[in-house]
Design a protein around this ligand. Sequence first.
Ligand code: ADP
Ligand code: MG
Length: 700
Amino acid sequence: MEKVNVPELFGSMVFDDRVMRARLSDDIYTKLKKTIDENVALTDDVADAVAVEMKAWALENGATHFTHWFQPLTGVTAEKHDSFISPSPDGGVVMEFSGKELIKGEPDASSFPSGGIRATFEARGYTAWDPTSYAFIKDHTLCIPTAFCSYSGEALDKKTPLLRSMQALNRQAKRVLKLFGNDDVKYVRTSVGPEQEYFLIDKDMFNARPDLVYTGRTLFGAMPPKGQELDDHYFGVIKPRVNAFMEELNNELWKLGILAKTEHNEVAPAQHEMAPIFSTTNVATDNNQLMMEIMQKVARKHNMVCLLHEKPFAGVNGSGKHNNWSMATDKGQNLLSPGETPYENAQFLLFLCAVIQAVDDYQDLLRLSVATAGNDHRLGANEAPPAIISVFLGDELSAILDAIKNDTPYEGAEKVVMKLGVHVLPKFRRDTTDRNRTSPFAFTGNKFEFRSLGSSNSIACCNIMLNTVVAESLKQYADELEKADDFETALHDLIKRVIKDHERILFNGNGYGDEWVKEATEVRGLSNLKTTADAMPHLLDEKNKKVLMEHQVFNETELVSRRDIMLENYNKTVNIEGLTMVDMVRKNYLPAIERYLFRLAQTTSLMKSVSDNVKCNYEVSTMERLSELTDHILDSVKVLEDVLDKFKGIEDVVEGSAFVRDSMIPAMEELRKNVDEAEMLTSERDWPVPSYGKILFSVY
Ligand code: ADP
Ligand code: MG
């Protein structure tokens, strides 16, 4: 690969601040910045002026088309390309792009899921420019990040509620900061650094497996002799083909201004991770969507396929995503970082408490924000955090909170009773806060790491919830403290009370253990929502509706539609998997086993015809067991067919999801078990699809 000049390459396809500052007049630039930073409404003259420069810049960089780029509720991004061309009187064309086209679009939205919103309200939807995320060029197309709404104002996408949740947190955090004398803070924003796991496998292997092609995961497959038990892949030397992929991926991401930073092999064979440097949540979300898309494209160019499914292979680790989350002011102060002065420390502790309380009060919202059919395979499966949400703080910070709660001396540097506003907290070293990998929600020095996300999840969903529920804690604190006569005493009492009331959510132990499940559910009363079907209906619990509506993140219609869409997605995903299994069993597996049985039978009769002394033990015993297994396979495929048929008759999505959980998934598991055993007894030559071993070790 030729040498790249990274600083020159970085952001070269982005209409970023550098480009805006260079190309826009001072007046327009200042106005646009006010829109971006302080949410001041955009005026037409600014939109027109920006459109002119954006078009000129896009044409200079090879764009021929533009698109409003948005994130409908399908979970992927959507785009509809329009060329810039407009006919001129002389028979030619000119390249045109107006302020109107920049700020508003009307995609034919009728086939995006809306959970009934459009049916109930307006038939059409529109997209609206989000100036807080930079426009960029991809495949000769100027992509303009946009929100997607119905004409009656309901959000049909993930960006709109995310932006609303960021506003909610901004509002409440500023109130709290004021109480600490921080009057000049213009805004508080949350930042996210999402670490992304994925698998890379050979394209020919992928194409040979109908299950991977149709569902993104293997629905059958016996374990290979070697899996991940040697831990020799984790942080291992990166193979040449993977390395070439990563090099090209980095270049493509850098061009788009994505801060691709860290890359390494993960635990499972063929598994890798990529992490960008954190950025504002909204931008991080757009970038993560882009990153997932580009990973898949670049992999194809290298004759590989990038699997983003949470559990492509049973028996080896699945893929997740870690959402590293923090709050910071426009002055660059990280509100989750212990400060230099006692006062700053008290402020830090209050923000910390806000997160602890929020996670405790809304465990179910956080859980359901990462719930998908794919992620259900991971959570609680001893490779990923459990479905039980708890908070890890580390020993040092836990000891400090204990000391505050009990008015006892903290055994830290000073050995004194911690009085907020008086004593300086010790600095937490990262290594003392980041040892527990089994916690779903861990404090890691100056940020929280939410580790329950699935690799294909949009990070929008969990950040919408996180921002909103933390905004709610902060609102309660601001309401209380604004009324207090003696701020410091009130603050001290409040923090003490929050620690006492919410200590059940704090857990520093092993989240993978069975004892934890018992303690969490039976002693502490934490919720354990194991599947999407269990979790998603809680979106409409009164307390959850209340918090999301009061902070104006969702209205009721949007909530109902989202629950329906998420459950429908779960139902459809599993249903497609079930249909694929039936298809593979009937067309591939049974005929293949039959072929092998035929050869064994032929061999046996031939051998016996040659000599009466041959016993053919191997042939006969294999035939006996395989014949039993084909009977089991036939029985279990019939059960599954029956279940799939019954499912067709269920109209209600909630009822459907319970049926999927209780009937469809068990039927699929039973069928798989029998086929996987047959695979172990059948010659590889006759087996119709590549084995796990071949797929997992296909890339060198
Ligand atoms: P690991 O969790 O694997 O030890 P890193 O230390 O590389 O990983 O951090 C993981 C992610 O956290 C990176 O994307 C990084 O940019 C991000 N991150 C670091 N500081 C913050 C912060 N203050 N807010 C949000 N994300 C952050
Ligand atoms: Mg991490």
